[in-house]
Each structure stands twice: as structure tokens, then as C-alpha cells.
Design a protein around this ligand. Structure first.
Ligand SMILES: Cc1ncc(COP(=O)(O)O)c(C=O)c1O
Length: 395
């Protein structure tokens, strides 16, 4: 562990995440015109590096001021026309939100829901893809409400086999730059993400990476894009221009956040690139999952195969609620999150361990696990010398 343990509570929720001091410095630069050559260079680099993060040569990143939700709107407004079918693989709160967003733009949505803590069996997805022609299928790579990992590769393979025209849309808001994703190799069409999670930056940037196939779908629309700000036809010349290191204006970019993202991407890609970033998240996640087992508790995700590496959601025993636990964690220097799954929010808590918490040797995971173990014990969980809990968890 590094000797400089922070003197403030660590933000170890599943986003926003802790940021490095260099990212924070980059975020507090003086007022800078969006036409300034330094900014033009930084913006151009951000677009290029985002391709590396998701593993694509040819897809087009859109980097637009907004939060992750704006990526839902961008995707729905640009790629779906009213009345078209969309299959949403929903593993929780965020799958449902994405489905609602699609419906807002007139999509006919089929929600294929999984049991809490699980993901849809591939056979069910294949059946759905055979039953109807879908314009797009959406998969939450990590549903932040449950910590369940979607099978992006499996979904891509099914689409290629059963419905190759269907676009594969990945909600990577709580996954991109933490969970393995190989955009070109797997055949992904859209990745939606945001700056404040594993990209290690303040909130404020909506990132969407779009395949050339999906851009072709946009150009062949029969109806106009029913939105102004998120219309990719307006943003495409801007992205291309900044990548060519030339200024072009449509709407003011979030200059400081883009400086911060460029710094954060530099750090992310510095040593060993994305393979080492993924491996660091996997090691960190294994430590957290082992600690959960040592407390005698269970993760909401029902098996290692369906568990995210970016975060962990943990069922609490009957006698403990997040309202009991979270203040005790905070008193020990760790901000964690309660549940958000409708009807079950009071039954579990969530820890985020993505970004520099996973990739840098800062001791944050030690602090988090020590604080959580102590807070659980103080809340009444009996963690014996065997590390097992006397109160059986609910599942
Ligand atoms: C999986 C997922 N999708 C979408 C969102 C929405 O992102 P934002 O809160 O940045 O709008 C979140 C937020 O946590 C998320 O975790």
C-alpha cells in the first residue's frame, strides 16, 4: 500500500470513481477556447485513444458533453426509427432505463429479463432473435444495479448466426475500460459509455463509439433524426475535424473535462495497454469476491461467470440494511452505495473497484475491504476467526 492514504473518504461506489492527481490537475486548467491549438490536439487524441480502449480501428467515437444517459438518447435517436423492433436484454435497473429510452423514440421494445443476479441464457436470446426481426439488440455489459456481467461476445455470435443485420448495442457505462471488450473482433456496433467510471475522469462526457455499419444505417434512414443536440449528422463533421486537428463548431465541448479525459486515457494506456488494465481489474475483483466470501456473504451475481470485475453487489443478512452499514463505512473512510434494484434496494450494498482503484498501487482496495469487514461486524455480522458469518445471508 502507498504511504499517502487519503485524508478524505474514498469514493468507492460504482461511479463516479476516484481520480488520479494528474487527472484532477488537468481538469482545473484555466479558461481555454475550444479553438485553442492545445485543446484541438487534446480532443483529437481523445478520439484516437478511445478507439484503442474499445479495440477498434474503424469505428467512430462521439465525445459529447453529457452523462451516460445521453448515450442512450444518441443511440435511440440516430439508429432507431419509430415502430422498429428492439430487443433489450435487461439485467436490472439500467436495462429497464435503456428500454424506456428506446420507447421514448418510438421503438417497439421486447424486454428479455433475467432472474435477479443472472443473465439471459444464450438459448433464450437465440430464440428471441429467430422469432422477430430486430433493428437492434441491447446488452448491458455491466448492469450497475446488480453487478451482473452481460455476455457481449456471446450475443455478437448469436446475432451473426441468426440475424446479421441486427445492430449490437452495448451499454458499457459501468464496463468500458474495465471489462474485456474487443469491438472489431466481436462485431459490436455501438458502445455507450461515460467519463466518470472506469475511464477515470470527472462526470460530464458522454462517449459513444459507433461502427461504420451503424453509421450506414444512420445514412439510410427513411425519417429525419428526431432530435437536435444528439443528431450524429451534426456531430460527425465535428469529430472528424478535431481528429484532423482542425476546429469546427456545433456546440461547445466541455474543454476541461476533455483535457482530464485525455490525461486519464494516457495513464490508462501507458503500461501494457488495455490487456494489463483488464488483468488489473480481474485481480482486484477476485480479491473483493474472496473478501465477500470470507464475510460469509453472497454476491448478487449468482456465479463468477456472470460477475462483473468493475464492481460488486453484496446481499446483506436480514438484520442489516444499507442505512445501517453505509454510515459505518463512511466513518472508516469509504463511501459505498446502497442497492437500487426495485423492491430489493434495502437488501444489498455495492462497492465500486474500477479505474485507479484497480489499476494503481494506492491501497484503496485494502482500505475498502478493511472498512467493509469492520462495518459489517459493527452492524452485527459475526465474522469469526474462520472468516465465516454466523448469520446466514438471505439467498
Ligand atoms: C450501466 C449504466 N448505464 C447507464 C447509466 C447512466 O449513466 P449516467 O448516470 O452517467 O447518466 C449508468 C449510471 O450509473 C449505468 O451504470
Amino acid at each position: 500500500m502507498s504511504s499517502s492514504a487519503p485524508t478524505r473518504p474514498l469514493c468507492l461506489i460504482p461511479g463516479p470513481v476516484e481520480m488520479s492527481s494528474t487527472v484532477l490537475q488537468a481538469h482545473s486548467t484555466p479558461a481555454t477556447a475550444h479553438t485553442d491549438p492545445k485543446f484541438v490536439e487534446a480532443f483529437g487524441q481523445v478520439i484516437e485513444k478511445l478507439r484503442t480502449v474499445v479495440g477498434t480501428e474503424s469505428a467512430q467515437p462521439f465525445v459529447i458533453a453529457g452523462s451516460g444517459t445521453l448515450g442512450w438518447d444518441q443511440t435511440a435517436a440516430n439508429l432507431i426509427e419509430a415502430g422498429e423492433n428492439v430487443l433489450v436484454l435487461s439485467n436490472g435497473y439500467f436495462g429497464e432505463g435503456l428500454a424506456d429510452c428506446m420507447e421514448t423514440y418510438g421503438a417497439q421494445v421486447t424486454r428479455l429479463r433475467a432472474e435477479i443476479g443472472n443473465r439471459q441464457p444464450l438459448a433464450e436470446i437465440a430464440q428471441a432473435l429467430r422469432a422477430k426481426k430486430y433493428k437492434a439488440v441491447t446488452v448491458s455489459q455491466v448492469d450497475t444495479s446488480t453487478g451482473v456481467l452481460g455476455d457481449v461476445k456471446g450475443v455478437c455470435e448469436l446475432v451473426q448466426e441468426h440475424s446479421p443485420d441486427t445492430l449490437v448495442v452495448v451499454d458499457g457505462v459501468c464496463a468500458t475500460a474495465a471489462e474485456r471488450l474487443y469491438f472489431d473482433a466481436w462485431g459490436v456496433d455501438v458502445v455507450i459509455t461515460a467519463s466518470q467510471k472506469a475511464l477515470g475522469c470527472p462526470p460530464g462526457i458522454s462517449v459513444v463509439v459507433v461502427s461504420q455499419k451503424a453509421l450506414g444505417v444512420l445514412s439510410e434512414r427513411k425519417t429525419p433524426v428526431p432530435a437536435y443536440y444528439v443528431n450524429w449528422n451534426r456531430w460527425l463533421p465535428i469529430m472528424r475535424s478535431y481528429e484532423d486537428r482542425a476546429v469546427k463548431y456545433f456546440a461547445t465541448p466541455c474543454v476541461q473535462t476533455i483535457f482530464a479525459l485525455n490525461t486519464s486515457l494516457n495513464e490508462l494506456l501507458a503500461d501494457g495497454g488495455m490487456e494489463s488494465v483488464f488483468a488489473a481489474h480481474e485481480r482486484t475483483s477476485a480479491r473483493v469476491k474472496a473478501a465477500v466470501a470470507s464475510w460469509g456473504l453472497k454476491t448478487v451475481a449468482v456465479s463468477p461467470e456472470v460477475s462483473a470485475t468493475a464492481m460488486t453487489a453484496v446481499w446483506l443478512p436480514e438484520s442489516i440494511t444499507p442505512a445501517d452499514l453505509l454510515p459505518r463505512l463512511k466513518a472508516r473512510g469509504v463511501v459505498a452505495a446502497g442497492g437500487i434494484l426495485a423492491g430489493n434496494a434495502h437488501r444489498y450494498f455495492r462497492l465500486g473497484h474500477m479505474g485507479i482503484t484497480a489499476t494503481q498501487d494506492n491501497g484503496y482496495v485494502d482500505i475498502m475491504l478493511k472498512a467493509a469487514g469492520e462495518a459489517l461486524e459493527e452492524s452485527g455480522l459475526a465474522i469469526g476467526s474462520s472468516g465465516r458469518c454466523a448469520t446466514p445471508p438471505r439467498l
